[in-house]
Structure formats: structure tokens, C-alpha cells
Ligand binder design. Structure first.
Ligand code: ATP
Length: 346
């Protein structure tokens, strides 16, 4: 733990922050610099890349950066999240459909693959693709053609495929949920994005980075608007320093939700706290060292599944049913929430 945590004085936000900002991926760590090096090299080729990493590590940012570093940069980048789609919807989204393919298909519609022709397709949460769609994607990769839903004629495409997952595809394969041949096709280059706790210096650097971002948002938000909005609201919060105990807890916390969780925790503190110093009581219970709600429930004899259900329902109720807000509260992405709700039958 740094010596500064024993100081009673708040730790000021550094005036200038020396970070690497690589296409929006901010870091100071040697681990991420090594990752960028691999990513730069892999981006040049047309090889399929599988980005593995825990939730919130920045896989989507990486996919967009790879596209921008590739010779396809001036062509389309089409991203699709496989976790939010039923198999029927996934087929229609990916391959498009012809008029009359199903009720409501009143005209031909191009899918993501056709829209990305010449460019890059990013399949986020690729492990969630159904086996049927996996078989069809394999054909796309092998033959560079696909048939739209309800159609008969194959369409040729020139695509670079990027995919991401927070699961182990090998485990999915062993469980019979993922095709081995597709796995080898999509991970010609596997890239592993390290969890936040394993990136030396990044918890601290990203803390200051996001404080800077939220300070800037507050400053911009307080400027008189062109629309002549009423000016009588109190100014938004700006943070000039962190209390040493809060700082120490942030550095010691394992950040299971990675960069997304860190960002959310700071956004929360900006929203609910007051004054120029960010204090410990503005951090969520798990950071304050209090047992998180889940373990207190577990002690009441709930199964992990019921516990998770209860946490999700609680978050949804606080968020007034808004999934995006509930996901923020839980420190997970909207799509992860959607998938969990589906898995838990909610
Ligand atoms: N190194 C970073 N610097 C700045 N912002 C980051 C960084 N990594 C992630 N973020 C931000 O954190 C959030 C989560 O990132 P992203 O959606 O890319 O993660 P992910 O790994 O794709 O998550 P999931 O697996 O849950 O889909 C986004 O708001 C993103 O902008």
C-alpha cells in the first residue's frame, strides 16, 4: 500500500496525467503496452482475432481499435452482440432476409454481413451463438458466402472477423455448446486482455483519468447552454482530491467488473457526493470493506442462483425497471444483464 494512504491529507488530482490513450484505451501498464504491440501487429493481417477477457476489460474498444488499425479502416465496421439475440433474430440480423421469409418480412433486408462487405464484423459474446448459427458462420468463413433467411442464392462477401468472449471457448466446446471447427477458425490470433487488477498502475491511472473525464463533463455541463436553459441549478460536482482511506480502498479492491466497474463507481461518487474531496462513504459497500449484499443473503441460506436473482430484481426495482440503469447498478453491461435474466428465467 502506498505511503500516501497514511497521510491524513487528501491526495490531489494530478495536474497532468501521463497516460497512453490508444484509440480510447487508456493505460500506463506494461501489460497493456505489450497487448497493444500484439494488437497492432495482428491488426495488419486479415486473420480472425478472438479477444478474450473478463467483462468490462474493454474488448469492444479493442475490436474497434483493431478495425481502425487495419487496411479495412475506411470500410464498414459492424458490431453485433450475440447474447441479446434469439437464434431466429441472430440469423436475420447476420444474414439478412428476403421478402416473405417470415411474417412481417415485407421487404428484403440486408444483414450485418452484407453491410460489412469489404470491412470488419465484430461478434461480441460469440460463445452465445446457437449451434445452428455457428454452422452457418463456419460456412461464411470457409466459403465467403451466405444465404439470406428465406433466400436461395448465395451472396459473396469479403470480411474480416473479430470476435470476443468472456468465457473459455474450450469449456464451451467440452460442454457441447461450441463447435471446435469454428473455434479454430475464429481464433487464428487469440488476444487476451488482462483483468484490471493485473495491469500495474492502471487502477490509479484510470481513477485519475475518469475523475478528469467527469470533471470535464461537469464543467461543460455548467456552461450556459445555447438553448438558454435556466441557470439556477447548483453547479455540478468537481473532484479535486481523494481522501486517503478511499484512495487506499480503491487500490486494494479486486475490481471484478474491471474498467467498467471502476468508471461506474466514480460516476456514482460524482453523482451522490458533495464537495471537492471524494470520500470513503461515497464508495459502494463492497469497496468500503462491508460485506456485499450477496454474502449477507447467502448466510440466509439462499442458493447462489436465487441470490443472483434477488440482486438483479433488487437492481431492477431501484432502477424502476430500466435495464440499462439496473446493469449500471450491478456493474455489468446491459447485455450481460440481459443474458443473466434469460439464464435465470427472469
Ligand atoms: N482502458 C480503458 N480506458 C478507458 N476506458 C475504458 C478502458 N477499458 C474499458 N473502458 C470503458 O469501460 C467500459 C466497458 O468497456 P467495453 O464495453 O469495451 O468492455 P467489454 O470487455 O467489451 O465488456 P463486456 O464483456 O461486458 O461486453 C466502456 O465504457 C469503455 O469505454
Amino acid at each position: 500500500m502506498p505511503a500516501s494512504t497514511h497521510s491524513p491529507d487528501p491526495i490531489p488530482v494530478p495536474a497532468a496525467l501521463e497516460v497512453e490513450d490508444f484509440h480510447g484505451i487508456v493505460t500506463v501498464s506494461p501489460q497493456m503496452r505489450a497487448f497493444f504491440e500484439l494488437m497492432r501487429r495482428a491488426a495488419r493481417s486479415d486473420a480472425s482475432i478472438l479477444i478474450r477477457g473478463e467483462t468490462g476489460t474493454g474488448k469492444e474498444l479493442v475490436a474497434a481499435a483493431i478495425h481502425r488499425l487495419s487496411r479495412r479502416r475506411n470500410q464498414a465496421f459492424q458490431a453485433i452482440n450475440c447474447a441479446t439475440l434469439t437464434p431466429e433474430l441472430a440469423a436475420s440480423e447476420l444474414f439478412g432476409h428476403v421478402r416473405g421469409a417470415f411474417t412481417g418480412a415485407i421487404r428484403d433486408r440486408r444483414g450485418v454481413l452484407a453491410l460489412a462487405d469489404g470491412g470488419t464484423v465484430f461478434l461480441d459474446e460469440v460463445a452465445e451463438l446457437s449451434l445452428d448459427i455457428q454452422a452457418r458462420m463456419l460456412r461464411v468463413l470457409q466459403e465467403r458466402t451466405f444465404v439470406p433467411v428465406g433466400g436461395t442464392d448465395p451472396v459473396s462477401v469479403d470480411l474480416r472477423l473479430l470476435a470476443a468472449t468472456n468465457k473459455s471457448l474450450r469449456e464451451e466446446l467440452e460442454a457441447g455448446r461450441f463447435r471446435e471447427d469454428l473455434m479454430y477458425r475464429i481464433r487464428i490470433v487469440p488476444l487476451f486482455l488482462p483483468p484490471l487488477v493485473e495491469r500495474d498502475g492502471d487502477i490509479e491511472a484510470l481513477t485519475w483519468h475518469f475523475i478528469g473525464v467527469f470533471n470535464e463533463q461537469a464543467r461543460a455541463g455548467d456552461e450556459p447552454g445555447e438553448s438558454g436553459e435556466p441557470d439556477d441549478l447548483p453547479p455540478r460536482r468537481r473532484v479535486e482530491a481523494i481522501a486517503p482511506d478511499a484512495h487506499a480502498r480503491m487500490l486494494a479492491y479486486p475490481w471484478p467488473g474491471n474498467v467498467r466497474e471502476l468508471r461506474n463507481v466514480l460516476e456514482y461518487a460524482f453523482a451522490i457526493g458533495e464537495g471537492p474531496v471524494l470520500t470513503l462513504d461515497e464508495l459502494p459497500p463492497e469497496l468500503r470493506g462491508e460485506p456485499p449484499p450477496r454474502s449477507s443473503r447467502a448466510s440466509h441460506g439462499m442458493s447462489p442462483e436465487d441470490e443472483e436473482k434477488a440482486r438483479i430484481l433488487e437492481a431492477l426495482s431501484i432502477a424502476g425497471g430500466l435495464k440499462s440503469q439496473a446493469a449500471e447498478l450491478l456493474g455489468i453491461s446491459r447485455t450481460t444483464l440481459w443474458r443473466k435474466m434469460r439464464e435465470l428465467g427472469l
